[in-house]
Design a protein around this ligand. Structure first.
Ligand code: PLP
Ligand code: COI
Length: 340
């Protein structure tokens, strides 16, 4: 039985649910991990995650299907990305099986909070890996905590599947050319707080970051990857070592090619050559597929398909992706993991 919440009007906000998972890495190995009702972490004041940013996280969702079951979308991909993040920051990796098992346990334990089918809302799941223990020199932690918590959420960008506007950042970058842009680490998001807040205060949904070395090509959005549909019907998305490899983006690339019959390319998208792009969007777990109405580039207002209406291909991609996630459209093999 789901709890009584205003499912149709959820935002993207923290909510403390009954259960979360926690596991400790000590003396070179992970313990079995367990569900707990304690939502507070107790760690050394000298933990490297607090001082030196030795931490990483993930984001994925549990979906309620029409027949009332609960399912996950490609959790093995989140596990693999957290392993890459762990490698980049010299953290203890979480094995895929342990990661997926933890996510399943959290979704199941909090099943009353998985939003009903048809509301568009989902259970957002946040796995977190942090370096802990008494270390004061800049070095990797001796111990790690892997925790997974969750909360029901609605759309990340206002209005859900409706075009909104974004602004290009020239004053701030989220990542350095050979930095940690491809890892899902808190530091990238700390770097995005000022430009993100400036964007929100001036009415934009989020920031579009350019390549940090030359500021000439599109990298990604503060909270999502960028994609476009060119006038000749190619799905294009930036290729760069300093963007987060979005699981949603790679899923859309596959769907665009194999389900919609489009050409696809990971390529360079120049900020001063956008006239070829007919439709644009932001994609990610939280963002889902969010049509981009227009972007402001210095004093230029560049409109893509429309500022009020999503383009036809963006709409098809949204329907195909969410259809798979909610169990209405047949999924490619291995994309769906059933929770119950
Ligand atoms: N880029 C950034 C900076 C993000 O925070 C996210 C969200 O996870 C994404 C891209 C999209 O990645 P994914 O589709 O794996 O959620
Ligand atoms: C996600 O989509 O899971 C993210 O991590 C984006 C975050 C900014 C909410």
């Amino acid at each position: 039985m789901t709890v009584d919440l205003d499912w149709n009007n959820l935002g993207f906000d923290y909510m403390k649910l009954p259960f979360r998972y926690i596991s400790h890495f000590k003396d070179g190995k992970w313990d079995d991990g367990e569900l707990t009702d304690d939502a507070t972490l107790h760690i050394s004041e000298s933990s490297p995650s607090l001082h030196y940013g030795q931490q990483g996280f993930e984001g994925l969702k549990a979906y309620r299907t029409k027949d009332g079951h609960i399912q996950l979308f490609r959790p093995d991909q989140n596990a693999a990305r957290l392993q890459k993040t762990a490698e980049r920051l010299m953290m203890a990796p979480v094995p895929t099986e342990k990661f997926v098992d933890a996510v399943v346990q959290v979704a199941k334990a909090n099943e009353d909070y998985v939003p009903p089918y048809g509301t568009g809302a989902t259970l957002y799941i946040r796995p977190l890996l942090i370096g802990v223990g008494p270390v004061i020199g800049v070095q990797p932690a001796p111990e790690y905590i892997f925790t997974v918590f969750a909360m029901p959420v609605g759309p990340y960008f206002k209005g859900g599947f409706k075009p909104t506007n974004f602004v290009v950042s020239y004053d701030y970058d989220r990542a350095a050319p050979h930095g940690t842009g491809a890892a899902k680490v808190g530091g990238n998001y700390a770097a995005s707080l000022i430009p993100g807040q400036n964007a929100h205060h001036t009415g934009y949904s989020d920031v579009i970051y350019l390549d940090p070395a030359t500021h000439t090509t599109i990298e990604e959005v503060g909270s999502a990857n960028f994609f476009g549909i060119t006038k000749d019907g190619t799905f294009v998305t930036p290729k760069s070592p300093s963007i987060l490899p979005s699981i949603t983006k790679y899923s859309l690339l596959w769907l665009a090619e194999h389900r919609l019959g489009l050409k696809v390319a990971e390529t360079t998208i120049k900020i001063d050559e956008l006239d070829d792009i007919a439709e644009a969007g932001a994609c990610g777990t939280a963002a889902v597929v969010a049509p981009i109405g227009a972007i402001d580039i210095k004093d230029k207002h560049h409109v893509f398909y429309s500022e009020t209406e999503a383009g036809p291909i963006t709409t098809k991609l949204y329907e195909e992706l969410t259809g798979i996630q909610f169990g209405d459209v047949e999924a490619p093999e291995g994309w769906i993991v059933k929770v119950d």
